[in-house]
Each structure stands twice: as structure tokens, then as C-alpha cells.
Design a protein. Structure first.
Length: 280
């Protein structure tokens, strides 16, 4: 089996000229997942730089016995024993002001999207992940919670995620919604991976204020349950959909010395009736 796997990896190198093996300086950059416990230390990582190469890679992998995974930005746990496909070559961005739709590459993080929106679509904002280092594709494929979700819904909801470009198992490329792949588009809205390789997304941008108030509030750990119920109640009866809040149960990280546990409240919003003095 090892010989067959090595032959498959050699074939993969032929269709994708940009690849890294164990020991390469770039290897860890393209393979390390957020959860190190999930790192399977793949034998090879390929980095397709265009759609044609990605098609060849997907077709080659689908016809092999190789254990492989698709990696966007590494926030999740995507890893494999044989090969990883890094999507870091797909960082395109286009904005159509008439439709208010941005077409974003699957290798971008939401932080990168926010910066590109600020440059190319000032006055707009993306319904994207709360953390800037989270990848656009992985976030959208699992639903995605945004600071704007109370007003606009999940990242993957139809009013936000308009379409997805997908490379299918046989190497064909489709825009799921545009090309009538309704079942595929439905599955992509929170169903995770394994339906194909998403190479780009069309997202509808929202008009947002340039003034945003945010805060981090620390409360005693003993009040975690009461605080969580209060935040949940607030979300059930929002007085202002532009205000978002979440609760984090903060404790010592792995390898850190013991410390008192605490609950954190994250607050963000840009309600029209607030001004800086009132916020303080």
C-alpha cells in the first residue's frame, strides 16, 4: 500500500507544479491545522494556483486511494496522512457595485476580505466570521456566525451567500446556484465539506456604518449561568438588531499556570441612536 501511495503522490506532483514535502520551509505554513491534535503530518501538500490546476488535482485525487484533505486557512482541523490541498493560491476579490455582490477566493480569511472591502467597496461590510483569521470557505460551509447575524442571518444564508464555485469529483467546475445545482447549493449552506472543492464564493455585501462600538466585559465565573441566560434572552427579543453579544468561558490554556476562571462578554454594534458619549 505504501508503494501505491507513493506512486499516487508522484502523479499528483505532475499535475501541480507547486508542492511541498516534509522538511520544506513552506510545509508547515500550508499544513498545520488550528488543532495540533488533528495534525496527521501529510506526506505532501500541493498548492494549486489556478482553477485549471485545481481541476486536475481534484480529478487525480478522486481516482486514487490517497488519504487527502482540503485546507483553506487552517482554522479548522483539515489534515490527512497522504496529501493536503492548500487553497492559499485562491485569493481573488471582485466587487460589482450594481449588484452589491463580491466574488471572493476560497483562500482568503475574513480579515483579508474586510480589508479588501474597505478599499474596493467603502461603506459596505461582509457578513463574515467574528474572528479575522477564519477562512471564508470553511466558515460559510458550516453556517458561520457573524457580528451582523442578528440583523442579517448566518454567513451561509441565501441572502448572504449567493453562490459557490465548486470543482466536482470528476473535475468539472460549476457555479452551484447559477448552473442549477440546487441540491448542491443547499448542502453547501452549512453541510460542511465532501461535496466538492469550493474555489470561490459570491457574497452580498451590506451597507454598514463606519462608526462601531465594541467592548469586552469580564464578569465573575460564578455568574456564568445567569449571564448566559440573560444574553440568550436579549437575542430572543432584540431591541436593536445592530447590537450583537456573545459569552466566552475563559480559563487557562494548555500549558498555562492555573488562574481564576472568568466569563467574558463580547459586545459589538453600531446602532444609529448611539454616539460616542453615550457609549462611554
Amino acid at each position: 500500500m505504501e508503494g501505491i501511495a507513493e506512486w499516487g503522490l508522484d502523479e499528483l506532483k505532475k499535475v501541480c507544479p507547486t508542492y511541498y514535502e516534509r522538511g520544506s520551509p513552506q510545509y508547515e505554513e500550508h499544513t498545520k491545522p488550528w488543532s495540533t491534535a488533528a495534525d496527521r503530518h501529510p506526506m505532501l501538500v500541493v498548492v494549486p494556483k489556478n482553477l485549471t490546476t485545481l481541476q486536475k488535482v481534484v480529478k487525480a485525487l478522486s481516482g486514487s486511494i490517497l488519504d487527502f484533505a482540503i485546507r483553506g486557512t487552517g482554522t479548522g482541523s483539515s489534515s490527512a496522512y497522504d496529501a493536503v490541498v492548500s487553497m492559499q493560491g485562491f485569493k481573488s476579490f471582485e466587487f460589482n457595485p450594481l449588484t452589491e455582490i463580491a466574488t471572493v477566493g476560497a483562500g482568503l480569511t475574513w480579515g483579508e476580505v474586510d480589508k479588501l472591502v474597505e478599499i474596493h467597496a467603502p461603506g459596505y461590510g461582509a457578513v463574515g466570521a467574528r474572528c479575522p483569521w477564519v477562512g471564508v470557505a470553511g466558515c460559510a460551509l458550516v453556517g458561520g456566525i457573524s457580528w451582523l447575524s442578528l440583523e442579517h442571518g448566518l454567513v451561509s444564508d441565501p441572502q448572504n451567500l449567493i453562490d459557490a464555485q465548486v470543482v466536482l469529483q470528476d473535475g468539472r467546475v460549476v457555479w452551484a446556484q447559477e448552473d442549477g445545482e440546487e441540491d448542491l447549493m443547499w448542502a453547501l449552506r452549512g453541510g460542511g465539506g465532501n461535496f466538492g472543492v469550493v474555489s470561490a464564493l459570491k457574497i452580498h455585501l451590506k451597507c454598514v456604518s463606519s462608526k462601531i462600538f465594541s467592548a469586552l466585559i469580564t464578569v465573575p465565573y460564578s455568574s456564568l449561568a445567569e449571564t448566559s441566560k440573560a444574553v440568550a434572552a436579549m437575542h430572543r427579543r432584540p431591541e436593536d438588531p445592530k447590537v450583537a453579544m456573545f459569552v466566552a468561558n475563559q480559563g487557562p490554556g494548555m500549558g498555562q499556570s492555573a488562574q481564576v476562571r472568568q466569563a467574558l462578554l463580547g459586545l459589538s454594534g453600531f446602532p444609529a441612536q448611539w454616539n460616542s458619549a453615550e457609549a462611554r
